[in-house]
Design a protein around this ligand. Structure first.
Ligand code: URP
Ligand code: ZN
Ligand code: ZN
Length: 475
């Protein structure tokens, strides 16, 4: 077991908190140690700390790990003719209950609109509402001269250092390869990380029209018209374009073996290609979409849930480092009144689901407890790697002297059952309803302040701050 050096900084006027008797876990180390917080920062980690006038927090029997970083959320987002059920208040509150202390949300843009205006709208959505810290990724709808010029300020001065291009959702968000390529080139110049929703939108559009013409309107046809090869093809294409541009690429919500293979091939060639998967692809499968009475609509994501065997491919990709992160892709719609918009036409079912709260639970229980990944890999996947890839490390994503005191106290023995009856998301179902998970978040601190204390919310709307992120460096 590693011994930690004790460093205590001055600053008597700041409130101190002393987390005692826990097991500190980072992406690389496990240590029986206390953590001393002063104000917003961690000021000491050690076996024999002394602290005057500090509030003592007993973490006996618990893990003490860095607050989760969810690199993929859609809060208060208009989509599919409606708006997500969770906004920055309910969404970040639920995230905190689940052990997440930072999110990065997708700021949408429209063709013809200045980036500055779009970003102002997203700041307004979060202001006074977020209970934990948040950053933004910026969608690139078109890569005209004005956009490419504006990106310099966005990336270098506004701390928005990741850009998102949709290769699917034809006639809604989808951008062409020219837009993707120009974005990749500009990202290389500025040090931004380009993210892609990698599915071949043109092929999906063709298959969708055929299905509807054949009267295939049920939720299952959402999945059947978005085959794994459409995701694999787009993933491989995006990786090749990133290499051609000498740039860096992060593939969001990887769902299948075909996409994992393309990412693995790119990484073997030394290309800067990274990948994220999501809890639903690790723990649910396509059979959920076939449930009767339109219940399958609850499980409509893009990319869709796959056949069960893909799950082990994704777990192995996380374990071996082909994929680096797990995002929630939080994009919640109520079953009643929202998912129901697609009765009789699966293309009208709003895509997405509520996962911001259970991301860490599912990863710990099905990952660490089930023996698929180590405790350190778990911390890396839910927190550290996202901090590194998205320009927040070591301020966030680890427990170290000088880092923000974003901390989770987690009981690895406790068991709970996931349910919409008890979750904190503002949505009328939970895709993991009835799932028993091992491990439970007990308390959560965000920059030294409790947000969750002994499983009760004690945070404040508006306490979350915008995170200005650094430009991309290879982790
Ligand atoms: O179905 C999904 N994934 N909904 C959210 C939007 C997106 O594509 O990420
Ligand atoms: Zn997407
Ligand atoms: Zn998404």
């Amino acid at each position: 077991m590693r011994r930690w050096i004790i460093i205590i900084e001055a600053g008597e006027e700041l409130m101190k908190k002393w987390i005692r008797n826990g097991t500190v876990v980072t992406a690389s180390d496990t240590c029986q140690a206390d953590v001393l917080i002063e104000g917003e920062r961690i000021v000491a980690i050690g076996e024999t700390l002394e602290a005057d006038e500090a509030e003592v927090i007993d973490a006996s029997g618990c893990y003490v790990f860095p607050g989760g970083i969810d690199p993929h959320t859609h809060l208060d987002m208009p989509f599919g003719g409606t708006v997500t059920a969770d906004d920055f208040e309910s969404g970040t509150r639920a995230a905190a209950f689940g052990g997440t202390t930072s999110i990065i949300d997708f700021c949408l843009t429209r063709k013809g609109e200045s980036l500055r205006e779009a970003i102002a709208v997203w700041h307004e959505k979060a202001r006074g509402k977020a209970v934990i810290d948040y950053g933004f990724h910026l969608m690139i709808a078109e890569a005209n001269d004005q956009v490419l010029e504006e990106l310099e300020t966005v990336v270098k001065h506004e701390g928005i250092t990741s850009l998102k291009v949709f290769m699917a959702y034809k006639n809604v968000f989808q951008a062409d390869d020219e837009t993707l390529f120009k974005t990749l080139v500009r990202a290389r110049e500025l040090g931004a990380l380009v993210q892609v929703h990698a599915e071949n939108g043109d092929v999906i559009d063709y298959l969708t029209k055929q299905a509807l013409a054949n009267g295939q309107t049920d939720p299952i046809h959402h999945a059947l018209t978005r085959p794994p090869e459409a995701e694999g093809e787009a993933t491989g294409r995006a990786a090749a374009l990133a290499a051609l541009a000498g740039s860096q690429l992060y593939v969001v919500h990887v769902s299948c073996a075909e996409a994992v293979r393309r990412i693995a091939e790119a990484r073997e060639k030394g290309w800067n290609v990274y990948g994220e998967t999501c809890p639903q692809y690790l723990a649910l499968d396509i059979s959920a979409l076939a449930q009767p009475d339109f219940e399958g609509a609850k499980y409509v994501w893009s990319p869709p849930l796959r056949e069960k065997w893909h799950q082990e491919v994704l777990w192995n990709a996380l374990k071996s480092g082909i994929l680096q992160t797990v995002g929630s892709d939080q994009c919640s719609f109520n079953f009643k009144g929202q998912k129901e918009l697609g009765r009789g036409d699966f293309t009208k079912i709003p895509n997405g689901g509520p996962l911001i709260e259970d991301r860490i639970s599912v990863l710990y229980s099905d990952g660490v407890h089930a023996g698929r990944i180590s405790l350190h890999q778990f911390v890396d996947i839910v927190s550290t790697k996202a901090a590194k890839l998205f320009g927040m490390y070591p301020r966030k994503g680890t427990i170290a002297v000088g880092s923000d005191a974003d901390i989770v106290i987690f009981n690895p023995q406790a068991k709970r059952t996931i349910s919409a009856e008890t979750h904190h998301m503002r949505v009328d179902y939970n895709p993991f309803e009835g799932k028993e998970v091992v491990g439970e978040v007990v308390s959560v601190l965000s920059r030294g302040e409790f947000v969750i204390r002994d499983k009760e919310f004690v945070g404040q709307a508006g306490a979350g701050r915008f995170i200005k992120r650094a430009t991309f460096t290879r982790p």
